[in-house]
Design a binder for this molecule. Structure first.
Ligand code: SF4
Ligand SMILES: [Zn+2]
Length: 334
């Protein structure tokens, strides 16, 4: 069957604000379309829908044309983030010559972010990266059991730590991603897990980015969510994690929740979601916990929810009945 999506076109490109060298700067985000994550090809992580962002055959020429598109849109932003639907340092996904061209084209950038699974973070590959690179690592959780059973990550927290330390040793900066509320964790357990994970990641990270679970198409997380067996995290849980960590880690804390405010993403009662998301965005830039001060009556519901889950011993979505398709349909828009 003919592949519908062109292998020579970028998956997505947009501009946003981020921090570089301690100040807010313009950033260009590029999502390259590649053959995809090697781990996803064998099943992948329970929450990851990236298989849909990859195509079967992508040649070096195709990737070259994608770079041309990125360059055509580039307006001298000091920060460029280049994501693939997998690992930038996987030679099968992004051949070394393509990486070399990217770093040459963006040589004047003050900061370039790329992401990789730890097995591709070798001394040889690190030696080919300019010092302007921030290496992003998807640690998700520092609990080996959570990583194995809830995320199916296919590597251990120690693997991430080794990769992070090696990157630091090579003079790069490290951004670590954590997953708030993987499948099978209650809200309370998820908060504790992310706090612990951030303390672990702090040993090798300059930035810790907290990604609350969002429901992507075709994933195990989506199957559980459709059956009412999980609720995406409350935004209050994210606030709680950031507040708890704000004076306990040296790394900069940040979060930009995908699908925030929808049923598929981290959400509160619906009335306060925008204000809480804005507070999280402010905090991510300032690191000032006072920026997290937002009030809504649903904070009491969130506390009751955590208590009820603890008593019932289940991560099932207590807000809706198991066959309440109406509630699911409301936010079913990814
Ligand atoms: S989350 Fe990352 S490692 Fe896991 S399947 Fe998706 S792209 Fe691969
Ligand atoms: Zn509310």
């Amino acid at each position: 069957m003919k592949e519908r999506r062109s292998p020579s076109e970028l998956e997505a490109l947009w501009k946003e604000k981020d921090l570089s060298a301690g100040r807010t700067v313009d950033a260009m985000v590029v999502i390259m379309r590649t053959r995809g994550c090697s781990w996803a090809a064998t099943g992948g992580c329970t929450m990851c829908g990236y298989r849909r962002a990859s195509v079967k055959e992508v040649s070096a020429d195709d990737l070259g044309r994608q770079i041309d598109q990125a360059l055509a849109a580039y307006e001298g932003e000091p920060f460029v983030k280049i994501y693939t639907s997998g690992s930038f340092l996987d030679d099968d996904e992004v051949p070394p010559a393509v990486r070399e061209r990217i770093f040459g084209e963006f040589a004047a950038c003050e900061r370039i972010l790329v992401e990789s699974r730890p097995e591709f973070v070798t001394p040889e590959r690190l030696a080919t990266l300019p010092r302007t690179v921030t290496l992003a690592l998807g640690l998700e959780s520092s609990d080996p059991e959570v990583l194995k059973r809830s995320v199916n990550k296919g590597f251990t927290p120690e693997d991430s730590r080794r990769a992070g330390l090696a990157a630091k040793e090579a003079g790069l900066t490290v951004r670590t991603y954590l997953l708030l509320k993987p499948p099978f964790l209650t809200e309370g357990a998820a908060i504790a897990d992310t706090v612990e994970s951030a303390l672990f990641a702090d040993g090798f990270s300059d930035e810790i980015s907290i990604n609350p679970l969002n429901i992507q198409n075709g994933t195990l997380a989506e199957r559980l969510w459709r059956r009412g067996e999980l609720r995406t995290p409350w935004l209050w849980s994210l606030v709680e994690v950031l507040r708890t960590l704000s004076d306990r880690v040296g790394a900069r804390l940040m979060s930009s929740p995908s699908g925030g405010g929808s049923q598929r993403g981290a959400h509160n009662c619906g009335k306060c979601d925008k204000a809480v998301l804005a507070a999280v965005e402010r905090f991510s830039l300032t690191q000032d916990p006072e920026d997290l001060d937002v009030a809504c009556g649903c904070a009491a519901d969130w506390k009751r929810y955590i208590d009820a889950e603890r008593l019932l011993g289940t991560p099932a979505d207590l807000e809706r009945g198991f066959d309440n398709e109406l509630a699911i349909g409301k936010g079913d828009s990814s």
